[in-house]
Design a protein around this ligand. Structure first.
Ligand SMILES: NC(=O)c1ccc[n+]([C@@H]2O[C@H](COP(=O)([O-])OP(=O)(O)OC[C@H]3O[C@@H](n4cnc5c(N)ncnc54)[C@H](O)[C@@H]3O)[C@@H](O)[C@H]2O)c1
Length: 265
């Protein structure tokens, strides 16, 4: 379908996105909105969510659902509200996540570790738990979980984050096996370094004096393609996994890291 010369490949489809006010959530929401999809946007930060929706120009077909992905009743609530409002959930971009403490295991604060696991692992699990029930009833749907290249390779100081993203990859595979007979596909993406506030903030935890240009330059050196990933490139990958072109793909981990993990896998 086309409107004003634009492809409307997702017209009539509903996409539910968590972490929707953040860099990747916004990029994916924008991509699907342009293609005619209805958006159900979840984020912990209600004000940031409203601001993001206004800045992106989501003036129609959009439902804002402030919620905490770690609280089971709130997860059940955002899934139910999405289903009630739009009647179905075609695509679930299960994406909310936080960064690690950049702490050695010998210095790791248990409180921080638990918090990270709550958001990055329990949040992903709970989202799938409630969305899968809807998709099993529909006998179709697809889920894309956000993992990270850090789920496959480790560097010192990434123990908490790497463990959380590795868990996301395995939850994806198990969910894919359990869901295949229901015609529901479950895949995950493994972005490398995406040009985003999350990356700059994370590096500034190590050295507050660093500028964004210095951070970008030092990452570029270590990435085979010599540049960071753009959020729109993550949107392309999510779009592909959600499309009919990926109809036979489930349980897959899609790397988007400019070759970084090819070096160590
Ligand atoms: N930015 C990168 O380079 C990069 C690389 C690999 C993977 N990732 C992963 O991509 C995902 C999105 O990252 P981003 O760069 O867009 O980060 P971001 O910080 O810009 O966005 C994350 C969003 O999640 C929301 N959030 C945090 N805790 C939440 C909770 N408990 N309930 C609901 N929402 C919550 C935040 O309010 C924020 O808007 C994360 O899972 C992250 O680990 C990011």
């Amino acid at each position: 379908m086309e409107r004003n010369g634009e492809k409307m490949g997702f017209a009539g489809k509903t996409i539910l996105i968590t972490g929707a006010a953040g860099t990747l959530g916004r990029a994916i929401a924008q991509r699907f909105y342009q293609e005619g999809a209805c958006l159900a946007l979840v984020d912990l930060d209600a004000e940031k969510l409203e601001r993001a929706a206004a800045e992106e120009g989501f003036t129609e077909r959009t439902l804002l659902l402030p919620a905490d992905v770690t609280v089971e009743e709130q997860v059940a609530g955002y899934v139910e509200q999405c289903r009630e409002h739009f009647g179905k959930i075609d695509v679930f971009f299960n994406n909310a996540g936080i960064t690690g403490a950049r702490s050695r295991i010998a210095d790791m604060e248990l409180q921080h570790f638990r918090k990270l696991m709550e958001v990055n692992v329990s949040g992903i699990l709970l989202g799938m738990k409630y969305v899968l029930r809807v998709m099993y009833e529909q006998e179709n749907g697809c889920i894309i979980n956000t993992a990270s290249h850090k789920g496959k390779m480790c560097v010192a100081g990434s123990g908490d984050y790497a463990a959380s993203k590795s868990a996301v990859i395995m939850l994806t595979k198990v969910a894919a096996l359990e869901s295949a007979e229901h015609h529901v596909r479950v895949n995950c993406i493994l972005p490398g370094i995406v040009r985003s506030p999350m990356i700059f903030e994370n590096q500034k935890k190590k050295n507050p004096a660093l500028t964004e240009a210095e951070i970008e330059g030092s990452f570029a050196k270590s990435i085979p393609m010599k540049r960071m990933c753009r959020p729109e490139e993550v949107a392309d990958a999510v779009h592909f996994l959600a499309s009919e072109e990926a109809a036979y793909m489930t349980g897959t981990e899609l790397h988007l890291d400019g070759g970084t993990t090819a070096v160590s896998l």
